[in-house]
Write a protein that binds this ligand. Structure first.
Ligand code: 8YV
Length: 334
């Protein structure tokens, strides 16, 4: 009898999803959440046929060198800037991500950040919890925020998630502008009620600017000091894409000096570290990269990663056809 393929699961996953994997393969699963060093990654990946990894796991030439056994790396996320896709492809290793299943949850969460930042939900809650309400003689004009309804929403990066955010704006009677590498088909623009503008106009006109760009070298600091200077001083910036797309030091300075109204951030440069100046500010809502973290969505992401692994290893109904492969051509060369 031939030995079962071996799969390393680098992040703790739902037990029932692991059980589904274990029906076909030998599973080596992490019990606690932790970061792996390049050395650990190299050693772990050398001894398995497949791996399920997270965004903190950088899979590049340095950790793949000399491996002959590894056939598939399934990333738990739609963004895959932690994977060197060229290196994986060179080694004939299939890579996959988790698109679509998280679109609506991330779009919901962008709205949570927009509303919370504009209406000062975090700061006022901290004030209440600190026991400052009783006896404060709260004034009629305390805790004033920015109305969301009727404003202009700008979306930078109009992929699936950007479109989901735009569709929700109809309920808030907003004017939606977007900027993207390419124009959306007219039908989609109509559905989203969104108008394409150039980046300068997007910065200038947006009351709310939501970032949903992939993190590529060109998009590093897509929002830095020069871009922030072009925005309205009352504007609210929301980032549910990747840290590094925003220059966090420049953002903190703009927020501190009243050159930007507020921000809602789910991602940070160098996370899990957060720029210390952001931590000091009350006009920013800070969340620990949880936009996709609903029960249903995280389960769907885990299941999709497992579907890709099983299919790439030749199991199940999708054998040989991993549903969300990033470099499917490697399969034809095997
Ligand atoms: C993470 C994300 O994958 O999908 C992405 O690109 O950034 C998130 O959904 C999730 O936080 C798990 O680390």
């Amino acid at each position: 009898m031939t030995a079962k393929p071996k799969v390393w699961v680098a992040r703790p996953l739902f037990p029932d999803v692991l059980a589904r994997l274990a029906e076909h393969v030998e599973v080596d699963a992490e019990a606690v959440e932790r970061r792996h060093t390049a050395d650990e990654l190299r050693r772990k990946l050398a001894g398995v046929d497949a791996a399920v990894v997270g965004l903190a796991d950088r899979i590049d030439e340095a950790v793949l060198e000399g491996h002959t056994r590894l056939k598939v790396v399934a990333n738990l996320g739609v963004g895959f800037n932690n994977l060197d896709l060229d290196a994986l492809t060179r080694h004939g290793i299939l890579a996959s991500n988790t698109p679509d299943v998280l679109t609506e949850s991330v779009a919901d969460f962008a709205w949570a950040l927009m509303l919370a930042a504009a209406r000062r939900v975090g700061a006022s809650e901290r004030w209440l919890r600190a026991g400052q309400w009783p006896g404060s003689h709260m004034r009629f004009d305390d805790w004033l925020g920015l109305d969301v309804h009727g404003r202009t929403l700008g979306i930078l990066g109009m992929g699936r998630i950007g479109q989901g955010i735009a569709r929700r704006a109809a309920g808030f009677d907003m004017n939606v502008l977007y900027h993207n590498r390419s124009r959306l088909p007219e039908m989609v623009e109509r559905e989203c009620k969104a108008t394409l503008v150039d980046k300068a106009e997007l910065l200038r006109r947006s009351d709310f600017l939501v970032l949903v760009l992939p993190f590529t070298p060109e998009n590093r600091h897509a929002i830095g000091a020069p871009e922030l200077a072009r925005m309205k001083p009352s504007a609210v910036l929301v980032n549910v894409a990747r840290g590094g797309i925003v220059d966090d030091a420049a953002l903190a300075a703009a927020l501190r000096e009243g050159r930007l109204g507020a921000a809602g951030l789910d991602v940070f440069e160098g996370e899990p570290q957060v720029h210390p100046e952001l931590l000091m500010l009350d006009n920013v809502v800070l969340c620990p990269h949880i936009a996709s973290a609903s029960e249903e969505t995280r389960r769907a992401m885990a299941n999709l990663a497992v579907d890709n692994v099983l299919a790439a290893l030749g199991f199940g109904e999708m054998a040989g056809k991993p549903p969300t492969a990033l470099n499917p051509a490697v399969l034809t060369h095997r």
